[in-house]
Design a protein around this ligand. Structure first.
Ligand code: HPA
Length: 263
């Protein structure tokens, strides 16, 4: 029987991939810049059946700024089917393709007055506010993953350098994972603030845990689409997230392209 790896390599070739990139809401544009193949998730056993509007369910493999990458145009969020490990087959594939690192991107709400809609935030750590974990049920001792440097210091330094080189501000902060799909209440946002969160979103943390479990180095960048609940008069909605994401996406693309070029 053909494995997932066979299926992908028969279309994309067997040259090793260096890095994986998961694109968040409204950030799909970069996937189309990959010079290579685009494989629909529907052709990939174990890949998520993604239902969130604003996502592009294709795996793009090829060259971006001269680096062979695997770009996941969409992710399955926990809130879609209640599975925090939904991205595990995709990340296992990434590992099998030879990648050593994963960069995750997302849309998030900001809890910091100095980080505004349209800005980027580099995650220097995260808080698992959901209490869920993609490794629950994993039987091997590998499940006891150290998370002390889950957001890799070297990757972060390279992303900071890239941002500086292209003149994009890249403040750092702590991302809190909220299960969704409802947005947070103002009281939850005040709680997250007290706990040390700087931004809040519905993804990324399970992927970072899985990446570390699989031995991939990980880093993540949020594009801020709104101030978190109760922090501004603006209404929070998915429509608003999708409308605002392109603002940060242009900056994110600049930073990621430069990061890849300097890799
Ligand atoms: N909360 C959770 N997820 C989000 C938000 C938010 O305010 N904005 C974009 N994704």
């Amino acid at each position: 029987m053909k494995t997932l790896l066979d299926i992908v390599q028969s279309r994309a070739g067997t040259a090793p991939v260096r890095l994986g990139l998961i694109l968040g809401s409204g950030l799909g544009h970069l996937a189309h810049a990959v010079d290579g193949v685009a494989i629909p998730y529907a052709d990939l056993p174990g890949f998520p059946h993604v239902g969130v509007s604003g996502h592009n369910p294709h795996l793009h493999i090829g060259l971006l700024e001269g680096v062979r990458v695997a770009v996941f145009g969409a992710r399955e969020h926990y809130y879609e089917n209640g599975n925090p490990a939904a991205m595990r087959p995709a990340l296992e594939l990434l590992r099998a393709l030879g990648a050593g690192s994963l960069i995750t991107t997302n849309a998030a709400g900001s809890l910091r007055p100095d980080i505004r809609p349209g800005d980027l935030m580099l995650l220097n750590d995260h808080i698992n506010f959901s209490g869920l974990n993609p490794l629950i049920g994993e039987k091997t001792d590998a499940r006891f993953v150290p998370m002390t440097t889950a957001h890799d210091p070297d990757l972060r330094a390279a992303l900071r350098d890239a941002a500086q080189a292209v003149g994009v501000a890249l403040p750092e902060g702590v991302y809190a994972w909220y299960s969704g799909p409802s947005f947070e209440t103002p009281a939850e946002i005040r709680a997250i603030k007290i706990l040390g969160g700087d931004a809040v979103g519905m993804s990324t943390v399970p992927e970072v845990i899985l990446a570390r479990f699989l031995g991939l180095r990980a880093a993540a960048i949020s594009t801020i689409t709104n101030m978190a609940a109760g922090m501004s008069d603006e209404a929070i909605s998915h429509e608003h997230t999708k409308a605002m994401a392109p603002l940060g996406a242009a900056k994110l693309e600049k930073v990621l392209r430069r990061f890849l070029r300097d890799l």
